[in-house]
Design a protein around this ligand. Sequence first.
Ligand code: AMP
Length: 601
Amino acid sequence: MADETEIKEIYENGMKILEDLTSNAHEIQDQVLEEILTRNAGTEYLSRFFLNGQVDKQNFKTNVPIVTYDDIKPYIDRIAGGEPSSILLADPIIQFIQSTGTSGGQPKLIPITAKSFKKRIMEPLLAEFVMKKCFTGLDEGKSFFLYFSKPGMETPSGLMVSLYTTFYFKTGFFQNGLAKFCTSPIETILCVDNKQSMYCQLLTSLLGRDEVVWIGSIFASVLARSFKFLEDYWKELCSNIRTGCLSDWIIDPGCRNAVSSILTGPNPEMADLIEQICGDKSWEGIIKKLWPKAKCISAISTGSMSQYVSLLEFYGVGVPLFSPHYSSSESGFGINLNPLSTPFDVSYTFLPNISYFEFLPVNKDGGGNAREFELRSASATGSSEVMNETRTVDEPVDLASVKLGQYYEVVVTTLTGLYRYRVGDVLKVTGFYNKSPQFQFVERKNVVLSIDLDKTTEADLSKAITKAELVLKPLGLMLATFSSYACTSSTPGRYVLFWELKMKDSNDIPTLDAKKMEECCRIVEESFDFTYKSLRKADVIDALELRVVKRGTFDELMDFYVSKGASISQYKPPSCVKSEEAIKILNSGMVGKFFSPKTLF
Ligand code: AMP
């Protein structure tokens, strides 16, 4: 599947490709839809919506319902069980991609085909092109990318299921492209033991520290986790560098062989230097100290990842943080054309050739309130099977018709069997590049804290916490990460926040000033919306509680989710937790709890 010519083409003509795509965005969208419909109109899924034989955009919009994963799941299950994939899509499936989202506790499986992969691979390559244009010299060194794999599984019919990243790391596109410039040997990236993999990747990045010009991971959460790992393991890493011997607990043969060919002998000078850097009380700016030629840090740091921005900016003083693209297991969407924009102002420009995009208007508060009704539509196969499908009353608009400042939920139609599929993300239009709209990621729909009539969204929560966080700065404290839950075990219920704090100047446990922490609670509540405040005033919701947890507690939470099947490289920290076990883990790390004033509004 490797295609070095295509990679070269993007590296060399990226600007022209971008200009062509964005200038002709509307026409390209129509062509993409036409191609998808022409190829797939005969599938069992689609054919029943084109009974008059007229396969065109008009009929597509009128007849094909907007769906969620649960609507296509019966087809996916049938394919996984051995029926031909042509019931849903015309092109042959290479395998299934496992999304981090779940449906009824089961992972969502999305088909991938050779053709769809080639289309979406353009997105990270173009993002890379944009970065290289902005930060000169990225070609002249190595990249320290923390990438992780997760074991796949097989469906009863023998089709592989894996995460998109794991699938991608195994392709020639990666192995003949980016991987050649990584400090992490491919064996360490493909090692499915995350701890051995992380240790070896950190070690090889330190050994190659003078060459590293670029640092990154897919999501900011992974970088944050890796720095915590470095805090715990730097002495051992330095000892390996000093002696030239790799720790015995690295038993993965791929990792051992690959690292041994880089760790070729004792290097006490390097070990002394790294020990001196890591032994500093404060790790502010440590990235530039450990990797002196680092020019940028790339990691998705919008949406739920924005909680890691301050921490990464702290480690990376002087090295800009760049959020390169927005994509999901279902489809790629767009790339960030302004690498120098601050993490909170990042917009993604849609690439019109990846999928056909539609946009469901959402209330301005970003609450995703498009009203829905259930449409019972008989299966066009002629069987008596009746499906539940979801239609929205608000009509979705095309990419050509989105309006500046408006909020939308994105809906995709792909070559891989998703037809008018709600991705579940809410976006806001912030501008246009040529004819392509640019969007800010607002939130993942349905991630809410809810008590009674109140619905506090992920975006509301994150905005409120960003304000409260300002109280921590003069105290030399940083919010490393957070989560929350709606505690309804007593009446009235209350929202509980979990905060993991880090001292700026050391890794010691911070002393907590009760007054200041209560002030944080108050600021969070004051920043919530009118509904929350009214319910709080009426005693339907009780005072907000803040539980501070010790450093490392959120790593335990991540380990818990990884043990349940989440992948470390696509891990999204939950802005709010629901499972009893997750709450128990967070509570077990609690070092202090604080409340808002009983009467506030
Ligand atoms: P996955 O199912 O693991 O592929 O995760 C895809 C989801 O991750 C998307 O639907 C978004 O909710 C989130 N995501 C991906 N890229 C970004 C981004 N650049 N900013 C914010 N959230 C993102």
